[in-house]
Design a protein around this ligand. Structure first.
Ligand SMILES: [Zn+2]
Length: 447
């Protein structure tokens, strides 16, 4: 069955290339992925999947499934691009004309590879008339951390047994790793406008409040755990200097290795915002816009993925592809040891700790989840960089995507045919959550 799935992927590599190209060129930012979402949904629909659109009232979210009954194996697909990251599929920094966004996180490959994996599994299921359901989740807006969270809150993951995911990367590896937990919140201050020269004494500056809040948070940094990260941007700092700003807003990301540490930090940040409002005699309101808890790793699933990755093998690249990758590495401050990684990394004994956050974290607290990465771009290229956009639009990214599709399809078939692996994955999942009551700040508003 696995061999058949791999054959399907090889036989459809031109189709995969075409789909990746469409999504790569569209480069649609979060929640505006209309063409990308439709391209994947249509591909699935034409091949006999039942597609449910507008999931969780998100126009670009969809769930497609094929087969009947248990187990239900889900594969996650993402397809949003990053604003401001326009880049040609060239080994130097050149933006595309008239295009603002770019696939600087490789999500065109992510969406296409996951969908191909689901189609390859379906092809096997149809022929073998075997039991079980393969499901593809079209999850929008990963970059703003909203898609999977809202889909999970709407119950889209309630009846799925195992979730599989992957991501484009610099190396080929099973993701046996915790990510960081993240809370995203905006703080808005309301003051009183006045002429800044004629009657400054009548004004109450909302911008002063934002600045004082940021100063307070920067003093807080000395008293946070070392794994914490706090970063902000001022999204509204007033209109022009001769008007005392009546409204100002700052947007914060607060991270730590564990979600409960983020929650504690968040309370400290809210108190600082309250203090800033008091000092400036302004009014403050805040709203949590999204939350991603840390991803829960899963050992039994990691072992299966590792076996399948090793049996498929890491992508092998041509001399031209290596030369392309080497050229994209020219700007990097530290010269990477190799242009492209061509081996499968060994599985770590214990889960590692990543410094990124992902909305896969949310679903991983609902369903046992596993992910992998494949080499799709130059080794050592930083996340969200032009190098990733460039490589994602070439045969380098396509090769990594095919390896991912094969490893995902193989893993899905293992899970559809072996209830024991699912039981072991569920036991590991239960154990990692033991004694922790999952709570969320999502939707929390105040003052
Ligand atoms: Zn990403």
């Amino acid at each position: 069955m696995k061999a058949d799935a791999l054959k399907w992927i090889d036989a459809h590599q031109d189709e995969m290339r075409a789909v990746n190209k469409i999504i790569w060129e569209l480069a649609e930012p979060p929640l505006q992925e209309f063409g990308s979402s439709a391209t994947l949904a249509n591909w699935l629909e034409q091949n006999g999947f039942r597609v449910q659109k507008n999931v969780a009232n998100l126009p670009t979210a969809f769930v497609a499934q094929y087969g009947e009954g248990k187990p239900v194996i889900g594969v996650l697909a993402e397809f949003d691009a990053l604003p401001g990251m326009s880049q040609q599929a060239a080994p130097e920094r050149i933006a595309r004309v008239g295009v603002n966004a770019g696939h600087a996180c490789g999500h065109s490959l992510f969406g296409t590879g996951s969908t191909a994996a689901a189609l390859a599994v379906q092809n096997v299921l149809a022929r073998e008339k075997s039991h079980g359901t393969i499901r593809l989740y079209g999850t929008p807006a990963e970059e703003t951390g909203q898609g999977k969270m809202l889909m999970a809150m709407a119950g889209a993951f309630d009846d799925v047994d195992i979730l599989l995911s992957w991501h484009a990367a610099g190396e080929t590896k099973t993701t046996f790793e915790y990510s960081k937990a993240l809370v995203s919140a905006r703080f808005t201050f309301h003051g009183v406008a006045a002429h800044a020269a004629v009657s400054p004494h009548e004004g109450k500056s909302a911008l002063d409040a934002v600045e004082l809040m940021n100063v307070g948070v920067n003093f807080l940094r000395e008293h946070v755990k070392e794994d914490s990260r706090i970063h902000y941007v001022i999204t509204d700092g007033g209109g022009q200097p001769n008007v005392v700003p009546p409204r100002a807003q700052v947007w914060y990301y607060i991270r730590a290795n564990k979600f409960f540490d983020v929650h504690r930090l968040f309370e400290r940040v809210v108190n600082i915002a309250r203090g800033a409002a008091m000092m400036t005699d302004t009014r403050m309101e805040y709203e949590v816009e999204s939350e991603s808890p840390e991803v829960l790793p899963n050992r039994p699933l990691a072992e299966i993925v590792q076996r399948n990755l090793e049996s498929v093998g890491a992508p092998k690249f041509s001399d031209e592809e290596k030369e392309f990758a080497r050229q994209t590495q020219r700007d990097l401050p530290v010269k990477p040891a190799q242009p492209l990684a061509e081996q499968v990394e060994p599985l770590a004994e214990k889960p590692t700790q990543g410094n990124y956050s992902t909305d896969v974290g949310w679903v991983s607290w609902n369903v046992p989840t596993i992910a992998l990465t494949t080499a799709c771009y130059a080794f050592g290229a930083p996340g969200h960089s032009w190098q990733i956009v460039a490589c994602s639009g070439t045969t380098i990214g396509e090769k990594g995507m095919r390896v991912a599709a094969k490893a995902l399809a193989s893993t899905a078939l293992d899970l559809l045919n072996d209830a024991e692996i699912i039981a072991a994955a569920r036991a590991d999942f239960a154990k990692r959550k033991e004694g922790i009551e999952f709570k969320t700040l999502m939707g929390k508003k105040g003052e």
